[in-house]
Design a protein around this ligand. Structure first.
Ligand code: FE
Length: 234
């Protein structure tokens, strides 16, 4: 098993042709440009109704998380980039190339879109196909993987995200990253993520992050994760 804790930070990786497949994978459901200079980046619609993830998340929890927190990152990002050339970049490319406040808001915009895609009303169960085989081979089975991932998410100090990420060779890695940090900064493709910022669970679970993490598995969209795993290796 491979469990590593990553430091909070923004390791800069080279941009260019080499990262193109990873950016494509991160934008499986892309963030549309509006063509409006004041609102260049548009928050993608929630892929299901706000009450569709019950009992994992109530409509109130999703409403605040999607409608207030996630929306605010796009609003701030558009304000920061108004009239600037970076506003024309694809969002994932902006995440890889930026730092500071632009990075924080761009990455949080993208991280949350990815998080919503990692969940589904009919989710849960088990992965299939190549992702299932890779989890079996590299973690010893789904339950073993879920334990390491859940422990990493529960143990992440402060705000951040726990990710399953893959490299081009299909090697999987669990990455617990602080604040807005993302595997894209480490030249890895996101496959699955859980948001462990308190705003992600506090309405439904109060301070009980481990209970939120346990329930997360009942709504994981393994089909989406499998698509991301396939895209990582292209
Ligand atoms: Fe969040």
């Amino acid at each position: 098993m491979d469990r590593r804790q990553f430091l909070v930070g923004s390791l800069t990786v080279g941009a260019g042709a080499a990262i193109a497949p990873r950016l494509a994978a991160a934008e499986i459901r892309s963030t549309p440009h509006t063509g409006d200079a004041k609102m260049a980046f548009q928050q993608p619609p929630l892929p299901y109704a706000q009450d569709a993830l019950t009992p994992f998340l109530t409509a109130e929890q999703v409403s605040f998380h999607y409608g207030k927190h996630h929306a605010a990152y796009f609003k701030k990002l558009n304000g920061l980039l108004e009239g600037k050339p970076e506003a024309a970049l694809p969002l994932a490319e902006l995440v890889v190339k930026s730092a500071g406040a632009v990075f924080n808001n761009a990455a949080q915009g993208l991280n949350h879109s990815f998080y919503w895609d990692c969940l589904a009303p009919q989710g849960g169960g088990e992965p299939k196909g190549e992702l299932a085989a890779a989890i079996q081979q590299q973690f010893g089975g789904l339950k073993d993987f879920q334990k390491v991932f859940s422990d990493a998410a529960a143990g992440l100090f402060g705000s951040g995200w726990t990710w399953l990420a893959a490299d081009k060779a299909g090697k999987l890695e669990i990455m617990s990253l602080g604040n807005a940090d993302t595997p894209l900064k480490y030249a890895k493709t996101p496959v699955l993520t859980i948001d462990v910022w308190e705003h992600a669970y506090y309405i439904d679970y109060r301070n009980e992050r481990p209970r939120y993490i346990e329930a997360f598995w009942t709504k994981v969209n393994w089909e989406f994760a499998a698509k991301c795993f396939a895209a990582a290796r292209k």
